[in-house]
Design a protein around this ligand. Structure first.
Ligand code: ZN
Length: 200
């Protein structure tokens, strides 16, 4: 589409390429941005570029961070023998927001999806198995309750059960709606799902 002219059109095109932003919303955002003080727009552009250049995966849990080891993995007060496995950093943030989970995380950066051609080697699963060689007592699988999330949970639990060491594997309880992304679920439901986790 080419409803705006020149640079305005370029801005609308770029914004409408973002997830969840349609052409109409992109027009509204572009209109808003050009009415802001130049400083404000520069600060936004700088934040985007700065995050893109400096945010990477934590070397231990693979969440997004700008340090080598994220603050959660670096925190000696947390229980490093309990690992909660989530699909992405937004799911980790959902559980962190409750402030009631004392363990650490492992962020898969995706889920197994045969339909999309995403296999076990395309997510951070090998890295999880390497972590289990350390002193780990429990793995809580908190992947989403979508088909992909359930497939991933089953796959991981099978792998862990094949290990010669006895690690407890549990799955967060239902209560998290089917197909629901963890990040959209309220804190009480998340905590109930954690407390009511079932051993696999
Ligand atoms: Zn980490």
């Amino acid at each position: 589409m080419n409803l705006y002219s020149g640079k305005m059109n370029k801005l609308v095109e770029e914004l409408s390429a973002l997830p969840g932003i349609g052409y109409k919303s992109a027009g509204r955002l572009a209109d808003y941005l050009i009415r802001q003080p130049e400083e404000r727009v520069k600060s936004l552009a700088d934040a985007m570029l700065d995050a893109r250049q400096n945010v990477h995966f934590c070397k231990t849990c693979f969440t997004l961070t700008d340090a080598d080891i994220c603050p959660i993995c670096a925190d000696a007060n947390r229980d490093h023998s309990t690992i909660m496995v989530v699909e992405d950093t937004r799911d980790l943030a959902a559980y962190e927001k409750t402030g009631k989970y004392p363990g650490v995380y492992h962020v898969l950066q995706g889920a197994i999806s045969p339909m999309m051609g995403i296999g076990p080697n395309d997510i951070r699963l090998k890295e999880l198995m390497t972590r289990l060689e350390g002193d780990v007592k429990e793995v809580i699988i908190a992947t989403n309750s979508s088909l992909e999330g359930e497939t991933t949970a089953m796959y991981i639990s099978k792998l862990i059960k094949q290990l010669p060491i006895g690690i407890r594997v549990s799955r967060i309880a239902s209560g998290v709606p089917v197909g629901g992304d963890l990040e959209n679920i309220d804190e009480i439901t998340l905590l109930r799902a954690l407390d009511g986790r079932v051993e696999l």
